[in-house]
Design a binder for this molecule. Structure first.
Ligand SMILES: [Zn+2]
Length: 312
């Protein structure tokens, strides 16, 4: 029996039919027409799933479950607020149940969904206590204990991106100062490199964008790091120092078996993991003890579909 996983993002929606082994058999995507409003986007998602099934001669009645990952928090009443999608307390769970009456429907925050996939089939497989950080435009978190995702008593837990780990020179999108997201997201890395360059530091990154700092992306900074560019080295070292603090906080609280780093930033896994364990050890309480394996995620961009298909 198959399940369907749907990954809802600010620019696109991806849906996939997934088998018991976590393999995506068929996939289809559509554009997220944010301007059309919540109900229309939900209609598009409904059509996407039904077209995906029809094109592959599958009946919705034969699908075990349909799971959804959303880039936001879902409260206990099923309401979603997601600025990127222009959704303010929309009744997401009711909208799903209305459209998919024939199916069991589940939904979770997208970072939690990615952690479900990594725990079942990827970098956190067969681990009792597993924690995932998703480093992308923002920073998301997922906690899996004995195979179950933990989002807390009110559904708002595992938001490690907004744990406060220092004082920063700009505020986080959430309004607070010093959130992990403002140190360790792709956005934060770019902002810091731009700052150093704007302060007059020379960098080969500037050549990569023909002098336009607005064009800098995270990959360029990692590429420049490999060439020992000073701005890149300062930026990446700062990023890793704060990431190590976040990992140490997590180890002190939860003492997981494994911590996995996913999201777009984790593509530079060699640079991120190099020395990260020692940096983390400096900040944990019991420095002589064995602690969590720190690894990078292995399922890549498809973790969203796979994890959503395995929500229960
Ligand atoms: Zn924040």
């Amino acid at each position: 029996m198959y399940s369907v996983g749907v990954d809802i993002g600010g620019t696109g929606v991806q849906a996939g039919v997934v088998n018991k082994d976590g393999k995506i058999l068929f996939r289809k995507e559509c554009f997220t027409n944010v301007d059309s409003g919540f109900e229309r986007v939900m209609d598009d998602i409904n059509n996407l799933v039904r077209d995906l099934l029809k094109e592959n001669n599958l009946e919705i009645e034969n699908i075990e479950s349909i799971g959804f990952g959303v880039p936001s928090f879902i409260n206990k009443k099923g309401l979603v607020t997601c600025v990127n999608l222009g959704w303010y307390e929309v009744d997401f769970m009711r909208a799903l149940n209305n459209r998919f009456k024939e199916s069991k429907v589940y939904a979770e925050n997208d970072a939690t969904v990615a952690a479900v996939a990594e725990a079942k089939f990827g970098s956190m497989k067969n681990k009792d206590i597993a924690v995932m950080y998703t480093l992308g435009t923002g920073v998301g978190g997922g906690i899996i204990i004995n195979g179950k995702s933990i989002t807390g008593a009110h559904g708002m837990g595992s938001e490690m991106g907004h744990t406060i780990i220092g004082e920063n020179y700009f505020n986080c999108n959430c309004g607070n100062n010093g959130c992990l997201e403002s140190f360790c997201s792709a956005t934060a890395i770019i902002k810091h490199a731009q700052k150093l360059i704007n302060e007059g530091n020379e960098s080969i990154i500037l050549d990569m964008v023909n002098g336009n700092v607005e064009q800098i992306n995270a990959k360029m900074i990692f590429d420049a790091f490999r060439k020992n560019d000073e701005v890149a080295v300062l930026t990446i070292n700062r990023f890793k120092s704060y990431l190590a603090k976040a990992m140490a906080n997590m180890i002190n609280i939860l003492d997981p078996d494994v911590i996995s780093i996913g999201g777009g930033v984790s593509r530079a896994s060699d640079i991120i993991l190099d020395g990260l364990e020692d940096l983390t050890r400096d900040y944990i309480l019991y420095k002589k003890e064995e602690f969590a394996n720190i690894v990078c995620a292995t399922l890549g961009a498809h973790a969203g579909i796979i994890g959503a298909a395995f929500l229960r």
